[in-house]
Ligand binder design. Sequence first.
Ligand code: GRF
Length: 211
Amino acid sequence: MSKSLQLGVLVSGRGTNLQALIDAVKGGTLDAEIALVISDKPEAYALRRAEDEGIPTQVLLPETHATRQAYDAALAARLLERGVDLVILAGFMRVLSGAFLGHFPNRVLNIHPALLPDHPEEDEVRLPDGTKSPVFRGIRAVRQALEAGVSWTGCTVHLVTLHVDRGPVVKRQAVQVLPGDTEESLHARIQKEEHRILPEAVAWWAKSCTV
Ligand code: GRF
């Protein structure tokens, strides 16, 4: 029997996307095993979620590494030690350098709380109502969508490259912005879709990117 896909999940916060992966694995809709969860923040609630399921966790503090490259190399080494096939950034609040990505070519997925375009150089994305919206990259994407007054935003799972939020898109879901939305209410609706498309994207990767 072949070994199931080994996932390494990197987190910094609440870990609701990690929970969606845990639930998909437990529910049998995702044929994979979460081999290791690593956080850069010891207080991340995501660590508790993993511990509750008996999933190995580690904390890797940025301040104990002299450079970003040293941190990224240590992070990669820990995942490789555990035989991780695919790395998922599930709310991991650090940008990864070549010192990490070189170890996992086409093997890192990120979930981003906005719609990203098919072509990385594009700065506009087409919305379901036929209009176009600016692309919201970076860590303030939900707030930026609200401030821009767009009618739709969404979420995207993409492969991670050296160019932040510009890797090839794997899955995307549009979410309507409703009158009276706050950053919290809009983010909550986006996250509902994230929790659906992230496990689907991992399953797609397992089918399409492994031999
Ligand atoms: C998600 O909204 C994701 O899009 C962004 O960070 C958030 C993480 O949320 N990259 P959680 O920790 O999975 O609840």
